[in-house]
Design a binder for this molecule. Structure first.
Ligand code: DGL
Length: 277
């Protein structure tokens, strides 16, 4: 598996299952490349953890991807992108693997959000970590200074989804509570970004509690388009990545559990192996 001369996949990382919603879109858009998906399920959720903890966990996983031969790793996790990416890119990579690259999901989303909103009032739903980092407000402000960002932490959604309770009455209670709190901040919000890769599984429920005319955006296709564009612009990286159309899935927790739940997120069969980090 670590035949690093022939097998140079793109690494896709999430704290758990959520990154599979992004990977689904990436695999549809770019089916020829090899991929490795890693879910750090044994330590998920990351959403309420400190900057240091999210950085340490994410860096450990990034090093694991590099050891498998991945020259490029996508953090398909908003929490890791918000709390670990910058430090990894600026402080860690130059020492551990200067030629490798680690990309996140926040910047590609911030770059295109202006296309969706007419009122220039955008709502962000994410984990406590993503919201408290203020990353979306800062990144969107760089590209679209005329957009006002309203943010709502939704700490119960990932645990509900990870525990298979996202279609329950309990999920409805929390979804409504978070949606109401977000819209109470501004009645003119016309676009809501699901800034957590788990949330596509509750997208229909979120829509159920929204007035008509508010657009809800998931990140999968945005990140997939951005990756395609990145590879087009970075031929030195694109030419390194192996193209056998093979994906391998790994979890730091129980593979049987991962395969069952992961298939829901991936929208396809998942067969994973356990990895101890
Ligand atoms: N899917 C991750 C995200 O996008 C989840 C977070 C978690 O582990 O709390 O933020």
């Amino acid at each position: 598996m670590s035949d690093s001369t022939l097998h140079k996949p793109i690494g896709i990382f999430d704290s758990g299952y959520g990154g599979l919603t992004v990977f689904k879109a990436i695999a549809e858009k770019l089916p020829d490349y090899d991929y490795i998906y890693l879910g750090d399920n044994s330590r998920a959720p990351y959403g309420n953890r400190s900057f240091d903890t999210v950085h340490n966990y994410t860096l450990q996983c990034v090093k694991w991807f590099f050891a498998q031969g991945c020259p490029l790793v996508i953090l398909a996790c908003n929490t890791a992108s918000a709390k670990a990416l910058r430090t990894i890119q600026q402080k860690d990579l130059p020492f551990i693997a200067p030629a490798n690259r680690v990309l996140g999901v926040i910047r590609p989303t911030a770059e295109v959000i202006g296309k969706y909103t007419r009122s220039k009032k955008v709502g962000i739903m994410g984990t406590t970590g993503t919201i408290s980092s203020d990353s979306y407000r800062i990144e969107i402000g760089h590209f679209f200074p005329d957009i006002t960002v309203y943010q709502q932490a939704c700490p119960m959604l990932v645990p509900l989804i990870e525990n298979g309770e996202h279609e329950s009455a309990g999920a409805d209670y929390f979804v409504k509570k978070y949606v109401d709190a977000l819209l109470a901040q501004c009645a003119d919000i016309d676009t809501i970004l699901l800034a957590c890769t788990h949330y596509p599984l509750v997208e229909a429920r979120i829509r159920k509690f929204l007035p008509a005319g508010i657009e809800v955006i998931s990140q999968g296709h945005i990140v997939a388009n951005s990756l395609a564009d990145y590879l087009e612009r970075h031929q030195e990286m694109e030419s390194l990545i192996s193209r056998n159309g093979i994906t391998r899935y790994y979890t730091t927790d129980d593979p049987i559990d991962f395969d069952q739940k992961g298939s829901l997120f991936r929208g396809d069969t998942v067969r994973s192996e356990h990895v101890a980090l």
